[in-house]
Design a protein around this ligand. Structure first.
Ligand code: PLP
Length: 412
C-alpha cells in the first residue's frame, strides 16, 4: 500500500530539507511540478533585483560596473555553479542562452578534432542542441554531420570519425539518465571529445564534471537553478582545453583587454574568452539568488529526496490510476532517472490542462508525455500525494474531456 496523506505529512515533518521551502515564494495551495522548466521564485530575488535597479543602477549609475562588480558577475556566478556541477573555479562562465553556448563549445570541440566529421548525439536529445549542431555544420562547410542513434546505442556508435559525443545527461521527456562517466570515457578511448548538456541536471542532482573528465558542458539558469524566466545560461570548459581554441563569437567581453579597444581580437586567457557581449546584469543578479538557494542545501540530500519523491509518485499513480490508459514513461529505477517522472496518455495534453485548473502544475511534451518535475528544495511528500489524488480524480471522472482543456496554447 502506498502512503496516505497523513503518512506523507509525517514524512514532511521528518524531512531535514523541509526548511528550504521557506526560501521560496510559492502561491498558496498550488502544487508546483514544473521546477524543471521554470524554477520557483526565491524570496530573496525581488528585493535583490529591486536593490540592483534602485541603488546600483538608479543612484550609482555607471559606476556600478566597478563598485558593485557588475563586470565580475559572469565569472562569480559561474564559479558558484561550478561548485554544483563538480567543476573547478575558472571553469564555468555565465553567458547567453544554452543554445548559443552549445554553438560555442561545439565549435571548440570540432576545432580540437580536425579531420573528424561526426557529431554524435541521441534521438531523445533536446531539439535546440541538434538544431545548433546542424546550423554550425552548415556554417563551417567542412562536411560535418550530425548522427543520431537511440540513447542506448550511443556507446556502440562512437567510431574513428567521431569528433564529439554531444548528449544531454537527463532526457527532457523520459527523465532517463545517461551514464556520464562511462560515455565520456568511451568517447575519449575513441579519440573523441564529450559535451554534456546539464539543463535537467544542474541544481537537481550531483554532477561530477571533473571526476568524469568531461571536456565541455552547458546548462540552463532558469530550470533547477531558479534563476527566473529567460535567465542566462552557463558553459563549462575543462581547463586543459581553455586556451586551445578561440570560439567564433569573438565579442569584446571575451577579449583579453576589452577596455584597450584594440582593433584586433585577442582572446582572454581561460574561460573568459567564452563570454561575448555585455552581461544582462538584472538577470544575472536574479540568477545568483537562485543559485544560492541550491548552494544552501546538501546536494546528496537533495538527490536522495528527489529519488524518494519520484518513487512515491510512481507508486501512487500505479495504485490509484491503473486502468485509465496511463503508462510509465520514465525509468522505474530512481538511480536511472533525473529529477522528474513522466507518464504517457493519449489525452496527455488535456489531462495536464485539467490538472493545472486544479492547481497542480506540470507540463506536456509532444506527442503524449505528461511530465512532472520534482524540485526537492521546495516540494513536499504531501504535494506528491495531492498531485496524484487530483490526477486520479480527473481520470476517473474524465474531467479532461471538457473542450476547454483541449485548446492548445503557444507554450505547452
Ligand atoms: C531547456 C533546454 C534547453 C534550452 O535552451 P535555451 O537556449 O535556454 O532555450 C537546451 N537544452 C536542453 C537539453 C534543455 O532541456
Amino acid at each position: 500500500m502506498a502512503p496516505d496523506l497523513a503518512a506523507c505529512e509525517a514524512l514532511d515533518r521528518a524531512d531535514p530539507l523541509a526548511v528550504h521551502r521557506e526560501a521560496f515564494d510559492l502561491p498558496e495551495g498550488a502544487v508546483y511540478l514544473d521546477g524543471n522548466s521554470l524554477g520557483a521564485l526565491p524570496r530573496a530575488t525581488a528585493a535583490r533585483v529591486a536593490d540592483c535597479v534602485r541603488r546600483e543602477w538608479g543612484q550609482d549609475l555607471i559606476t556600478s560596473w566597478n563598485r558593485a562588480d557588475w563586470i565580475g558577475l559572469p565569472r562569480r556566478v559561474g564559479d558558484k555553479i561550478a561548485r554544483l556541477v563538480g567543476a573547478g573555479p575558472g571553469e564555468v562562465v555565465v553567458a547567453d542562452s544554452t543554445s548559443i553556448n552549445v554553438f560555442k563549445v561545439l565549435s571548440a570541440a570540432l576545432a580540437l578534432r580536425p579531420g573528424r566529421r561526426t557529431i554524435l548525439s541521441d534521438t531523445g536529445n533536446f531539439p535546440t542542441d541538434l538544431y545548433m549542431a546542424q546550423g554550425l555544420s552548415r556554417l563551417l562547410g567542412a562536411g560535418h554531420h550530425l548522427r543520431l542513434v537511440a540513447p542506448e546505442e550511443v556507446a556502440g556508435a562512437i567510431d574513428a570519425d567521431t569528433a564529439v559525443v554531444m548528449l544531454t545527461e537527463v532526457d527532457y521527456r523520459s527523465g532517463r539518465r545517461h551514464d556520464m562517466r562511462a560515455l565520456t570515457a568511451a568517447a575519449h578511448r575513441a579519440g573523441a571529445l564529450a559535451i554534456w548538456d546539464l539543463a535537467h541536471s544542474a541544481g537537481a542532482l550531483p554532477v561530477d564534471l571533473a571526476g568524469c573528465e568531461a571536456d565541455f558542458a552547458v546548462g540552463c539558469g532558469y530550470k533547477f537553478l531558479n534563476g527566473g524566466p529567460g535567465a542566462p545560461a552557463f558553459l563549462h570548459v575543462a581547463r586543459r582545453h581553455q586556451d586551445g581554441f578561440a570560439q567564433p563569437l569573438s565579442g569584446w567581453l571575451g577579449h583579453d583587454a576589452p577596455f584597450a579597444f584594440e582593433a584586433g581580437y585577442r582572446p582572454a586567457a581561460g574561460i573568459g574568452r567564452y563570454a561575448c557581449g555585455t552581461p544582462p546584469v538584472l538577470s544575472m543578479v536574479a540568477l545568483e539568488c537562485g543559485v544560492d538557494t541550491v548552494l544552501a542545501a546538501d546536494m546528496a540530500a537533495l538527490r536522495a529526496k528527489s529519488m524518494r519523491l519520484g518513487d512515491l509518485f510512481v507508486e501512487l499513480v500505479e495504485e490509484r490510476c491503473a486502468g485509465h490508459g496511463i503508462a510509465l514513461a520514465c525509468p522505474r529505477d530512481a538511480a536511472a532517472r533525473g529529477s522528474q517522472v513522466s507518464f504517457t496518455h493519449p489525452d496527455g495534453y488535456a489531462i495536464v490542462q485539467a490538472l493545472v485548473a486544479r492547481g497542480v502544475i506540470g507540463d506536456f511534451r509532444a506527442p503524449d508525455v505528461m511530465r512532472f518535475g520534482l524540485a526537492p528544495l521546495y516540494l513536499r511528500h504531501a504535494d506528491i500525494w495531492r498531485a496524484v489524488d487530483a490526477l486520479a480524480g480527473i481520470l476517473a471522472s474524465r474531467a479532461h474531456d471538457d473542450p476547454r482543456f483541449r485548446r492548445r496554447a503557444a507554450v505547452t
